[in-house]
Design a protein around this ligand. Structure first.
Ligand code: GLV
Ligand code: MN
Ligand code: MN
Ligand code: MN
Length: 404
């Protein structure tokens, strides 16, 4: 470990135990839980140590500023600290920790930014608890209404409004023009969630510029049946909601596979709710959550339309993010800054960067190589040296963007 990277390494080590699931190697860092509160306090402490001014926006996302963004709009980096159920260590935290390390390095080097530099910690990026991904950025950009956000429920029926009150947070959430006005550009660093970089020349591919996000959405499908005794009810007398749900899971796969080709098309049912939920009771209701994505918007919409024809009235849309190209001139500038060898990559994963881009903020991303190619699992990984290269890249990019 070099002194140059010791700040990154120390922060990284500190974060590892927070929200780690005792039963597995993964993380359970969900919005508005004790783990979330601990992570937010950790972030505030690190920002304080760097002398940054911490403010919360109208959704409770944390913004830390080096300089005054009300005088001149700033260059913002950062990511999120929450996780999917049994998630990996890197998705989210790598961007936050790299941002803090980059700011410290610039300060230590005596860099004087001409425009403010900000670090954001977005809340509830994964939507693991309340179902809608990027809830923090969706609310402040108006991509999700206040009423809808407050009414979202977790698996125990606790609404987001109730969870906010329990966490001592304001429910006065909503679109936040004042915060958005402060952001001249947003660059989110993130672990890569596929193996594109790992398959390239190892000498030149530790960091890529992210160019676009695939269109993607979440739907829920509801299937009704009638509860009854699993032993005494004849097969012919049953209305078993699970049978239609199982057919739906198969159909989602079939319809995506039919369209998958040069343009990828994928569909996943990763979560089911079964009522009443007894091994010896016939399911009276099943809710299946569908995630569908493609590099071609038409293919994902066709997949959904086909499922709507096969299961009339079952589907309702929970969220939708259209094809999201990042700012072409910002992407080109990042590549110029990092060198012409720097790969340019699109991604099938969603990010707060996509929500900001769709709200008109000039946005781009940096991806750090992940040799496993896996994400949303404890196998997600990045070598320490590559993480350090990510910080080096972020320093170059921020110094460039914050200079007139
Ligand atoms: C967020 O990580 C998503 O792509 O689901
Ligand atoms: Mn090191
Ligand atoms: Mn994720
Ligand atoms: Mn992420």
């Amino acid at each position: 470990m070099t002194a140059e990277h010791s700040h990154f390494d120390a922060m990284w080590a500190e974060l590892q135990p927070i929200g780690r699931d005792g039963r597995t190697a993964g993380y359970r860092r969900f919005a508005l839980t004790d783990e979330d509160l601990t992570l937010r306090e950790w972030f505030a402490g690190e920002c304080g140590a760097l002398g940054l001014d911490l403010v919360e926006d109208r959704m409770g996302n944390q913004w830390a500023w080096w300089g005054d963004p009300d005088a001149t709009a700033g260059v913002v980096t950062g990511s999120h600290l929450d996780s999917v159920p049994d998630g990996g260590a890197y998705d989210g935290p790598l961007g936050v920790v790299s941002s803090l390390a980059a700011v410290k390095r610039m300060q230590d080097n005596g860099f004087r930014p001409d425009r403010p530099i900000g670090i954001v910690n977005f809340g509830d990026e994964e939507g693991a608890r309340f179902g809608v991904a990027c809830a923090g950025s969706r609310v402040i950009t108006g991509a999700m209404t206040t009423d809808r956000a407050l009414a979202l429920k977790d698996a125990d029926g606790v609404t987001m409004a109730e969870a906010m009150q329990r966490a001592g947070r304001s429910t006065g959430i909503g679109r936040d023009e004042e915060t958005l006005r402060r952001v001249a550009a947003f660059v989110e660093l993130h672990v890569e969630q596929g193996r594109a970089l790992a398959d390239l020349d190892p000498a030149t591919s530790a960091v890529a510029v992210g160019t676009d996000i695939w269109p993607h959405g979440r739907w829920r499908a509801d299937f009704a049946g009638r509860a009854d005794h699993a032993g005494t009810t004849a097969l012919g007398d049953r209305a078993d909601a699970m049978l239609e749900a199982a057919a739906f899971v198969q159909a989602a796969r079939e319809e995506a596979a039919r369209r998958d080709g040069e343009s990828r098309c994928v569909a996943t049912v990763g979560k089911l709710d079964v009522q009443p939920g007894g091994v010896n009771a016939i399911p009276s209701h099943v809710t299946a959550w569908l995630d569908a994505r493609s590099s071609d918007e038409r293919l994902v919409l066709d997949t959904i339309a086909a499922l709507e024809r096969r299961f009339p009235g079952a589907l309702s849309q929970e969220s939708w993010t259209p094809t999201t190209p990042f700012d072409a001139s910002l992407c080109a500038r990042l590549q110029r800054t990092l060198g012409a060898h720097t790969p340019m990559l699109g991604t099938g994963a969603g990010h707060d960067a996509g929500i900001l881009a769709n709200a008109g903020v000039p946005t781009a991303m940096l991806f750090v190589r992940n040799p496993t190619g896996s994400s949303h699992t404890p196998e997600e990984f990045a070598e320490a040296d590559d993480c350090h290269r990510g910080v080096d890249a972020l320093v170059k990019v921020l110094e460039d963007l914050a200079s007139v």
